[in-house]
Design a protein around this ligand. Structure first.
Ligand code: ATP
Length: 585
């Protein structure tokens, strides 16, 4: 555990060492005081006045306080720096986790790890690592001096302390177990609260608020029980120390008085030993607290480390390379070339089977198929969120091995099915993938998705806030905003997952026209359930159970391929039903 914590302090070690030295020096000034006191008492007993010794004692007191305060500040500041570094590393790591790694954790749990757990780890680094080390040094020094003054009394103090140490170590390890329980209970609670708040409207309409409150209460109760158990153990630690210290005092006084009466010990020596025993109270209390903290933090550090050990996506290794122009006479490579792709989320269930297709330059290619056929999975693989089991995907003739991820993603834009909108203004959202886009480019994209009228009607125009997850926009507006955002990056390939899902027939017709126009700017691969959207596609691929069963234009496929005809008819009926539902009565 110590080794692990120590490894996490890379870069802060010099500051930690200085802090540790200062705190040890402060402790050293403290340790010197009883010796000075002994000298003063011995001198006074001998009838001598010792001004210099008294001044020395005062200087030691002041030095202990000043150096201690300095060391403590340095320690806390290093702790904050360590926390900053840990947070930054964790955020960076979290945002770069591979998509499958995300699947293993709940967002709320990740939040709890990135907020609460890291603070506990910081506590362990400052408190535990430094205080334990400084206090161990101080305790060993105090015992050595006590041994030199009077071995018998030293043994008395040591005997009582060893007894106490055994009791406390047992308690501390139990505190560790309870704390892990507490941290995971808080993690689950945060995750569930996040789940409920994220779907608050569904919760309300399902009249599930009381059920969810009861569920959250049960989790809070579990955290409470673990907290109380931890409090019970932690509270026992204080009185145990007190009893040990008082016991040591009484015993030292008793044995010391006996030895003085037998002339085996001087009064000054007894006073010095008593002062040492007294002085040891704080370091030993801190030592115990430090050890308890380490045990408490064990769970939190483990949870933090777990995240840091998860695989992350590779980052840019080379400056974004532009594809080399094809040599004269050579045909232009397809924008997207997928060959023999096999993939599944679990080892036993393949989702894509020998998927092969191309998207030529400046074309509109559509992917249709029943729900669960693997359309979104194909997009996820084109985005390189997952590794295919077998097969290759080439972008502009280049394989993933030739093109690092940022360059790859610079060429592909993707509008997700549920088009996430980020908290901020319309402008922030539009510029999200293209921070350098100028005003003209923004309005051009806005025009393409026919949002100009809506934006100009808003008092703040492009600077209007969109609300949490785009709550101030209708779903159709969110979708069009997401498409405009994707267009602004001027991709080579634009992936659209259900681009017309939330659009009314007029906007849908307008967007269909836009898709046709966009062929001039990039190639499009569109997943569509509504076949009307892709009537004019250059090529339609029918995906069935993870493989392409038919390819052709609308005219070629309709009535020729039974699956396509079924999808087209179903979409037609669904669309008709939708339109009639929306019709004014
Ligand atoms: N993250 C995941 N983990 C495990 N299985 C998944 C995951 N995502 C999708 N699947 C499974 O993979 C299969 C294909 O899903 P996919 O989302 O690609 O279908 P789709 O054709 O896009 O469907 P839809 O039209 O309903 O969006 C489904 O059986 C689905 O249950």
């Amino acid at each position: 555990m110590f080794r692990h914590l120590w490894r996490m302090t890379t870069g802060q070690r010099a500051a930690l060492t200085v802090a540790m030295l200062l705190m040890t020096a402060s402790a050293g000034f403290g340790i010197a005081q009883p010796i000075a006191m002994k000298a003063v008492i011995d001198a006074l007993s001998g009838g001598r006045l010792v001004i210099a010794l008294i001044i020395g004692l005062v200087v030691l007191l002041l030095l202990q306080a000043l150096v201690g305060a300095w060391g403590s500040f340095l320690l806390e500041r290093t702790g904050e720096r360590f926390l900053l570094r840990l947070r930054t590393t964790l955020f960076d790591h979290l945002l770069r986790l591979t998509i499958p790694a995300f699947g293993r954790f709940r967002v709320g749990d990740l939040l709890s790890r990135a907020s609460t757990d890291v603070i506990l780890v910081r506590e362990a680094v400052t408190r535990a690592v430094v205080e334990i080390t400084a206090n161990v040094i101080m305790t060993v020094a105090a015992f050595t001096i006590m041994f030199l003054i009077d071995p018998v009394l030293m043994c008395v103090v040591l005997g009582v302390l060893v007894l106490g140490a055994v009791v406390i170590t047992v308690t501390a390890s139990r505190i560790g177990r309870v704390s892990l329980r507490l941290q995971s209970a808080v993690g689950t609670m945060t995750a569930d609260l996040e789940r409920v708040l994220g779907a608050i409207r569904t919760v309300r309409i399902s009249r599930a608020e009381h059920r969810e409150t009861r569920h959250l209460q049960a989790l809070a109760q579990e955290a409470y029980l673990a907290g109380v158990q931890s409090a019970r153990l932690t509270s026992a630690v204080g009185p145990i120390i007190e009893t040990i210290v008082n016991g040591a005092f009484v015993l030292v006084l008793f044995v010391g008085a006996l030895r003085i009466s037998r002339h085996e010990l001087a009064l000054g020596s007894l006073v010095a030993i008593l002062l040492y025993a007294n002085q040891l109270v704080l370091p030993i209390a801190q030592l115990v607290e430090g050890i308890t903290t380490v045990y408490k933090v064990k769970g939190a550090a483990e949870r933090t480390r777990e995240i840091l050990c998860l695989p992350i996506e590779e980052s840019a290794t080379s400056p974004s390379a532009r594809p080399a122009a094809p040599a004269a006479g050579q045909p232009e490579p397809a924008v997207l070339d997928v060959r023999g792709l096999h993939f599944g989320y679990t080892a036993t269930t393949p989702v894509l089977r020998d998927l092969t297709f191309t998207v030529p330059q400046h074309s509109l290619v559509a992917l249709v198929g029943a729900s669960g056929a693997g359309k979104s999975t194909t997009f996820a693989l084109i985005n390189r969120f997952y590794q295919p089991w077998q097969g290759t995907i080439r972008l502009g003739g280049e394989a993933p091995a030739d093109l690092d991820l940022p360059s790859w993603r610079e060429r592909v834009s993707w509008v997700e099915q549920d088009c996430p909108i980020l908290h901020g203004t319309l402008r922030d959202n539009l510029r999200y993938a293209a921070p350098d886009a100028d005003e003209n480019a923004l309005w051009h994209a806005v025009d393409l998705v026919r949002l100009r009228e809506k934006i100009e009607s808003l008092p703040a125009g492009l600077d209007s806030p969109v609300g949490e997850r785009g709550a101030c926009l209708s779903s159709g507006e969110r979708q069009r905003l997401a498409i405009a955002r994707a267009l602004l990056t001027r991709p080579h390939l634009l992936l659209l997952d259900e681009p017309t899902a939330h659009l009314d027939p007029i906007t849908e017709a307008a967007l269909t026209g836009t898709l046709d126009d966009l062929r001039g700017e990039c190639s499009l691969l569109v997943i569509a359930h509504r076949i009307s959207t892709i009537r004019s596609a250059d090529q339609i691929m029918v995906l069935d159970n993870g493989t392409i069963r038919a390819t052709g234009t609308y005219g070629e496929l309709i009535d020729a391929d039974p699956e396509f005809t079924r999808l087209a008819n179903a979409a037609h009926h669904a669309h008709g039903a939708r339109a009639s539902v929306g019709d004014p009565v």
